[in-house]
Design a protein. Structure first.
Lengths: 514, 317, 293
C-alpha cells in the first residue's frame, strides 16, 4: 500500500472510529442529564396513573473496585415501583463530580454529602428541608432524634442518614502471647502498658529472639490507636465542657497525659517506631506476621485479622477487649453519625414538593424490613440464609462485594436501631461474636462530642486547616521533638489563628442550646 | 526602511516577505495543516480559560462562575500575607533547583551511556528495564520505599545495623526528605527521559564517528564533539519547558512523603492548598494559588526563552 | 563499521556495560517485587515484606481479578482508546508541528507562544467539564480522546525535530516541483521515524494512563479504562482517601496485597511491551542512508 493511500485511509478510519466512539453515547441508557429526566417523569407521574414507576436518580460513592451488579437494584425497583438510575462514582473523585454536577446543573436527586462542606449551599436554599415531612412516613419517623439533632443545619433537617456503629474501637491482642506470659486481659491503663511491655521484652513467641513489639499503630490519630487510648485516659471527644465553655480536646490535661503515654511507648520501643508514616496495610502486616501483639482499632477487624494471622501461624489465638479503664472509668469515643452518610436532596433536581414526597416515600420503603434486609443482606438463599432468626452471610465474600456490599454502604438508610425488624447478623466465629457484643457494650460508656449538633462559622472555614498544626504538634511531642512548652506554643498559635473564635462560637451555641 | 532594518525589526520575516494574504495563497498547504491543531487548542484549551476568573471571585458551585461575587486580588493578598508563604516558596524553589541540578542531567548521561553500547540485545534490554519505573504510580513507589527505609524491619536499616551502624530515620527526619524526593525521582524518571535523547541520537551519521576516530579522537572526545551537539537543541527545549514548571513540583509525590516531622521543609504550594481546599471547597483560593504559580512560570519561561535566543538557540516560541 | 579495538575504548565499553547492568538491576528490582508478589500469597507478603522469588506460588490473585469481565473489559477499553487516540493525536500533531516548523508561516511565533501559554495556564476542571459536556461528549469514548488529543509538550518536541532536519532535502524536492503535502509524507516523515516513534509512545502512554477524564466524563462503568479499576483497588486503603471518605473506608478492608500487585502487573505490562517494538527506530543512523541515495 503506497503512502498516498495510507494517508487517506488512516484519517478516514480514525474519523470513523471517533464517530463510532461518540455515537455510543446514544446507545447507553444512562446518558441525558438526570435532572431533566427526573422532573419530566416526575410531574407527569403526579397527574398520570399511579402505576407508572417514579424515576429516581442517585449518586452513590463507590469504595470497591467494581460497580455492583444491578440485581439488587432491579429488585428494589420492582418492590418500590421506581426506575432507579444509580450513578456509581469512585470515592476519590466523588466531591469533584458533585461540584461539576452543581456547576452544570446536573445534580442527581439524591447524593451523599458532607454537611460541613455543603452548609453554605444548604443555607442558601439549594436543598429541600425534609424535617417537616418525616412525620408523614412511618418508617422514616423511626430515625433517631439524637442523630437528627446532630445533622440539623441552622436548626433545620435537610438530610437522611445511614447508621454506623456508634463506637467500634477496642483492643485486639494475641491471647496466646498473653497466656504464655501469664497475663490476663488488661482492664486498665497500667495493665495495658504492662502487657505491651512484656510483649516486647519477654519473648512472647518463644523463639529466643528479641523481635517483637507491643502495639502496632498507623498514621491516623483518629482511627488509629491515639483517639481511643485518649478516651481511655478520659479525654473528651473532640470538644469538652469546662467551666461552662466548650474547649477542644487538646486543651485538656488528659490529652497531654495520652501524648506522654505514647511518648513513653515510643521511647521504650513498645510501639512501631515509624507509626506516624505507617499505612493501614503495613500496620496490619506487623500484627499478621507476628511482630506486634496488640492492635487498637475497630473491633470488627478482629475476625479478619484472625483469618490472616492463622494462615501463617495456626497456633495463634486472638482476643478482644474493650473496658480498659483510665482515671475516669471506662470510656470510648462516639462516632458522630451522619458524617459521611448524609443524603441530600437538591432542589435543582427535585423540582416540586410532589416529587420530594415520592423520593421520601421511596426511602420510607427502603426502611421497611423486607427492603432493609435486601440492602443489608441481599437475596435470601443466594447471599444469606436465616439461622435462628438471624442472617448468616454466605462465605463467598467476592460475591457479596460484587452484589450487595455497595448497596449496604451507599444506598441504605437507617440501620439496626431505626429498623428493629431488620435481621441481625448471625456470627459463627466466637471471636466475631464477642467483638459484636463488646461493640454493643461500648454504647454504655461512650463519650459524645458536645459540639456535634452545634455550628461554628469559623470552624467550617478553617477548622480542618488549623487542626493540621495541632496534629503535627501531637506527633512531634510523641516523638520527643518538642516538649510541653512547645506543644503549648502550638495551642496558643491555634487560638490566635482563629481557634479562639471557634471556641467562642461553639460556647455561645452550646449555651443557647441549653 | 531598507531590508536589513526590516530583518532586524521583524525577525520572523525573511527579507522581502509578502503580506499575510499572499503568504496564505502561496503556502496554503502549510496553513491548512495547522488548522486542526489550532481548532483543538482553541476549543479545549482557550475556551475553558474563562475559568481563570475563579481566582478573582468568591466562587460557589451553586452560583456558577458568572454568578459568583467578584473579589479582585483578595485571594492573592491572603496568599502573600500567609505566614508560611515564604517557607512554602523557599521549599518549592529548593526542590525545583535540586531537581534541575540532580535529576535533569541523569537521563542525558544514561542516554549517552546507552548510545555507546554496541551489543544491540543488551542495549534493548537495559533500555526496556530502565523505563519500567515510570509506569509505577507514586503510591506504589512510596510504599516500596517504606519497606526499604522503615525503622521497623526496613531492609536498609537492618543492613546498617548488621554493619554496626545506628538506624537512620529516613522517613521522618527532615534532613532526609529532600534526598529521598530526589532519589525517587531519579529512579522513576531517568529511564523514561532517555527516550527523547536516544531518538535524537539516532539521527547522527555514523560516518562522523569514523572520521573522528581516524583523527585520533578517543571515546570521550567523540561524545563531546559529536553526540552532545546533536542533542543540544533537545536539551535546551526540555530545559525551557522545565523552567515553566518551576513551581510545579509534583503534588501526589510530595503529599505522600509529607508528615508531621518534615512539613517545614516539604510543604509546597500544592500541598498547602490541598488542606485549604478540604474546607467548604475553597475553589477560589486554590485557583488563585494556581494562577500565581502559572504566572511565575510564564515570566521565567519568557525570560529563559529570550535568553536562549541570545545564545543562538531556536527557543520554544 | 570498523570496530575500535584500542584498549582505551574497550575499557570504556567494559565499565559502561557494567554500570548499565547495575542501573538496570536497581531500576527493575521493585518491579520484580511487584511481579513476584502477584504470584504469591498474602501471608508470604506480610511475612517477608520484600519478595523477589515467591516460595509459595499462587495464582489466586489473578484468578480473583479475571473471575469477572471487569478488568478484561477495561483493558479492552484502554487498548481501544490508546490505539485510536494515538493515531488521531499523531495526525494533528505532525501536521501542526510541520507547519509551525516552516519559517514561511506567518505568525508562527505568536502561535507557538499561545501554545506554550496553554502549558502554564489552565481554566480548571469545571470549565473544561462544561466545554466537554456542551459538545455532547459525556459518556462517550470521544470524551477520552478528543479533549486530550494534543499535548503542547509533544508538539514542541516534534516541531524541534522537524526544525533540525537538514534544509537541503526540502530544497531539492521543491526544485523538483513537490508541494508541502508531498514533502511531508514522502520525505519528512520517513526521515523522522525516531521522533515519530517517540512522540507516538508518549501519546500512547498518556492514553493508556487515562484516569481523571474517565471518572469525570464517563458515568457508565462499562466504559471505564483499566487505570480507573486499578486505582479503585490500589488507592482505596491509601492516604489520599483519608479526608472525605475516611468514614466509609473504615468499613472496607484493604484488598489483599497480592491482588493489588496483580492489578498493577495487568495494568502496566501491555503498555510496557510497546517500547521494545519501537526500539528498532532508535538504531543509530538507520535512516540516513536514504538521504545519500
Amino acid at each position: 500500500m503506497n503512502r498516498k493511500r495510507l494517508a487517506v485511509l488512516v484519517p478516514t478510519s480514525v474519523a470513523l472510529a471517533l464517530i463510532i466512539g461518540c455515537g455510543n453515547n446514544e446507545e447507553t441508557t444512562s446518558s441525558p442529564s438526570p435532572a431533566a429526566g427526573g422532573s419530566a417523569s416526575g410531574t407527569k407521574e403526579a397527574s398520570a396513573e399511579a402505576a407508572k414507576p417514579t424515576k429516581i436518580t442517585i449518586m452513590a460513592g463507590l469504595n470497591s473496585a467494581e460497580v455492583p451488579t444491578d440485581k439488587i437494584e432491579k429488585l428494589i425497583e420492582e418492590k418500590t415501583n421506581t426506575e432507579l438510575e444509580i450513578q456509581w462514582v469512585p470515592a476519590t473523585i466523588y466531591n469533584d463530580k458533585v461540584n461539576a454536577a452543581f456547576a452544570t446543573d446536573a445534580l442527581p436527586m439524591v447524593f451523599t454529602g458532607d454537611l460541613n462542606k455543603f452548609s453554605e449551599a444548604i443555607v442558601d436554599g439549594q436543598f429541600w428541608e425534609i424535617g417537616p415531612y418525616l412525620g408523614e412516613y412511618e418508617n422514616l419517623s423511626h430515625l433517631s432524634q439524637s442523630v437528627i439533632d446532630v445533622m440539623k443545619v441552622d436548626g433545620k433537617l435537610y438530610s437522611l442518614y445511614s447508621e454506623r456503629p456508634f463506637a467500634r474501637q477496642g483492643l485486639i491482642y494475641r491471647k496466646d502471647w498473653a497466656d504464655k506470659l501469664g497475663l490476663s486481659a488488661p482492664t486498665n491503663l497500667d495493665e495495658f502498658y504492662e502487657m505491651l511491655n512484656q510483649f516486647k521484652n519477654n519473648d512472647p513467641d518463644g523463639n529466643g529472639k528479641n523481635d517483637t513489639i507491643g502495639l502496632t499503630d498507623r498514621s491516623d490519630l483518629i482511627f488509629g490507636a491515639f483517639k481511643t487510648v485518649a478516651s481511655w485516659h478520659g479525654t473528651p471527644n473532640y470538644w469538652g465542657e469546662k467551666d461552662g465553655k466548650l474547649l477542644p480536646e487538646f486543651m485538656f490535661p488528659e490529652y497531654m497525659e495520652t501524648m506522654k503515654f505514647f511518648r513513653k511507648l515510643h521511647q521504650e520501643g513498645l510501639i512501631n517506631q515509624d507509626f506516624p508514616v505507617t499505612s493501614k496495610e503495613d500496620q496490619r502486616a506487623l500484627f499478621i506476621n507476628g511482630t506486634a501483639g496488640a492492635y487498637v482499632g475497630s473491633l470488627q477487624d478482629a475476625a479478619g485479622l484472625k483469618t490472616e494471622v492463622t494462615k501463617s501461624n495456626p497456633n495463634a489465638v486472638l482476643d478482644v477487649q474493650n473496658r480498659i479503664e483510665g482515671p475516669k472509668g471506662p470510656a470510648v469515643w462516639e462516632l458522630t453519625q451522619g458524617g459521611g452518610t448524609a443524603y441530600l436532596f437538591p432542589k435543582s433536581a427535585i423540582k416540586s414538593e410532589e416529587q420530594l414526597k415520592e423520593v421520601l416515600g421511596f426511602y420510607n420503603k427502603l426502611m421497611s424490613p423486607e427492603l432493609a434486609n435486601l440492602l443489608q443482606w441481599g437475596v435470601e438463599g443466594e447471599h444469606y440464609t436465616v439461622v435462628d432468626g438471624l442472617a448468616k452471610a454466605v462465605d463467598d465474600k467476592k460475591l457479596l462485594d460484587r452484589e450487595v456490599s455497595p448497596y449496604r454502604t451507599s444506598v441504605a438508610v437507617g440501620g439496626d436501631i431505626s429498623i428493629p425488624e431488620r435481621l441481625r447478623e448471625k456470627v459463627e466465629d466466637p471471636l466475631a461474636q464477642k467483638a459484636n457484643e463488646l461493640i454493643l457494650d461500648n454504647v454504655n460508656f461512650m463519650i459524645s462530642d458536645p459540639a456535634a449538633p452545634l455550628e461554628s462559622k469559623t470552624f467550617v472555614e478553617m477548622g480542618t486547616r488549623l487542626q493540621q498544626s495541632i496534629n503535627d504538634a501531637t506527633y512531634q511531642f510523641i516523638l520527643g521533638e518538642i516538649d510541653e512548652a512547645g506543644f503549648q506554643k502550638a495551642v496558643d498559635k491555634w487560638l490566635a489563628d482563629g481557634g479562639q473564635k471557634i471556641i467562642d462560637e461553639y460556647t455561645a451555641a452550646y449555651a443557647a442550646s441549653k | 526602511m531598507n531590508s536589513a532594518n526590516v530583518q532586524a525589526k521583524y525577525p520572523d520575516r525573511l527579507s522581502g516577505q509578502e503580506s499575510l494574504v499572499k503568504s496564505v495563497i502561496k503556502h496554503g498547504a502549510l496553513y491548512l495543516m495547522i488548522v486542526p491543531g489550532l481548532l483543538y487548542f482553541i476549543i479545549f484549551k482557550y475556551l475553558p480559560m474563562f475559568g481563570l476568573v475563579i481566582a478573582f471571585e468568591d466562587y460557589k458551585p451553586y452560583k456558577g462562575i458568572f454568578g459568583s461575587e467578584w473579589v479582585g486580588f483578595a485571594h492573592f493578598e491572603r496568599l502573600f500575607s500567609e505566614p508560611m508563604f515564604l517557607t512554602i516558596l523557599f521549599n518549592t524553589l529548593t526542590l525545583f533547583f535540586l531537581n534541575l541540578v540532580f535529576c535533569f542531567p541523569v537521563p542525558i548521561l544514561l542516554a549517552l551511556m546507552l548510545n555507546e553500547v554496541r551489543q544491540h540485545r543488551f542495549k534493548r534490554v537495559i533500555q526496556t528495564l530502565v523505563y519500567i519505573p515510570h509506569f509505577m504510580s507514586w503510591v506504589i513507589i512510596v510504599s516500596i520505599s517504606f519497606v526499604l527505609l522503615s525503622m521497623d524491619r526496613g531492609l536498609i536499616n537492618e543492613l546498617l545495623v548488621a554493619a554496626g551502624f545506628d538506624k537512620v530515620n529516613f522517613l521522618m527526619n527532615p534532613d532526609w526528605m529532600r534526598p529521598t524526593y530526589i532519589l525517587q525521582i531519579i529512579w522513576r524518571e531517568s529511564g523514561w527521559g532517555t527516550i527523547i535523547f536516544l531518538a535524537a541520537m539516532a539521527s547522527i551519521d555514523p560516518e562522523q564517528y569514523e572520521a573522528a576516530r581516524l583523527d585520533g579522537a578517543g571515546r570521550f572526545r567523540q561524545i563531546w564533539h559529536i553526540t552532545l551537539p546533536s542533542i543540544r537543541s533537545v536539551i535546551v527545549v526540555l530545559l525551557l519547558l522545565k523552567i515553566g514548571d518551576v513551581l510545579e513540583v509534583g503534588f501526589e509525590h510530595i503529599f505522600l512523603l509529607l508528615n508531621a516531622m518534615n512539613r517545614e521543609v516539604g510543604e509546597v504550594f500544592d500541598t498547602y492548598v490541598y488542606v485549604a481546599g478540604l474546607q467548604q471547597g475553597q475553589f477560589s483560593y486554590s485557583a488563585a494559588v494556581g494562577f500565581f504559580k502559572s504566572f511565575v512560570g510564564l515570566v521565567l519561561v519568557m525570560a529563559a526563552n529570550w535568553l536562549s535566543k541570545k545564545f543562538g538557540e531556536e527557543g520554544i516560541y | 563499521m570498523i570496530q575500535d579495538k584500542s584498549w582505551g575504548s574497550r575499557l570504556f565499553d567494559g565499565i559502561n556495560i557494567a554500570l548499565l547492568a547495575l542501573v538496570g538491576l536497581i531500576t527493575v528490582l521493585p518491579f520484580i517485587h511487584v511481579l513476584a508478589g502477584s504470584f504469591t500469597t498474602t501471608a508470604e507478603l506480610a511475612r517477608k515484606q520484600l519478595v523477589l522469588i515467591p516460595t509459595e506460588f499462587s495464582l489466586d490473585a489473578y484468578r480473583y481479578i479475571f473471575s469477572t469481565s471487569t478488568v478484561i473489559r477495561s483493558i479492552g477499553v484502554s487498548v481501544y482508546i490508546t490505539v485510536v487516540g494515538t493515531v488521531f493525536s499523531m495526525l494533528l500533531t505532525v501536521l501542526m508541528a510541520f507547519g509551525l516548523s516552516k519559517k514561511t508561516l506567518r505568525g508562527r511565533q505568536t502561535i507557538m507562544f499561545l501554545v506554550v501559554f496553554t502549558m502554564l495556564f489552565n481554566g480548571g476542571l469545571i470549565p473544561s467539564f462544561i466545554v466537554v459536556k456542551s459538545l455532547g461528549l459525556i459518556d462517550s469514548y470521544g470524551a477520552l480522546i478528543i479533549p486530550s488529543a494534543m499535548s503542547a509538550f509533544n508538539l514542541i518536541i516534534m516541531r524541534n525535530f522537524f526544525q533540525n532536519l537538514p534544509d537541503g532535502l526540502e530544497e531539492s524536492a521543491k526544485i523538483d516541483g513537490a508541494g508541502y503535502w508531498s514533502i511531508l509524507f514522502r520525505i519528512v516523515i520517513p526521515l523522522s521515524m525516531p521522533a515519530i516513534a517517540t512522540i507516538s509512545l508518549f501519546y500512547a502512554v498518556n492514553y493508556w494512563n487515562t484516569y481523571f477524564q474517565a471518572v469525570m466524563y464517563i458515568n457508565d462503568a462499562a466504559k471505564w479504562p483499566v487505570q480507573v479499576i486499578l486505582r479503585q483497588i490500589v488507592i482505596l486503603a491509601g492516604a489520599l482517601t483519608a479526608d472525605t471518605t475516611g468514614w466509609a473506608t473504615e468499613d472496607v478492608l484493604p484488598p489483599a496485597q497480592s491482588i493489588k500487585m496483580a492489578v498493577i502487573v495487568v495494568a502496566t505490562v501491555p503498555i510496557l511491551i510497546v517500547y521494545p517494538f519501537l526500539q528498532k527506530h532508535f538504531a543509530k543512523g538507520a535512516l540516513l542512508g536514504s538521504i545519500k541515495g
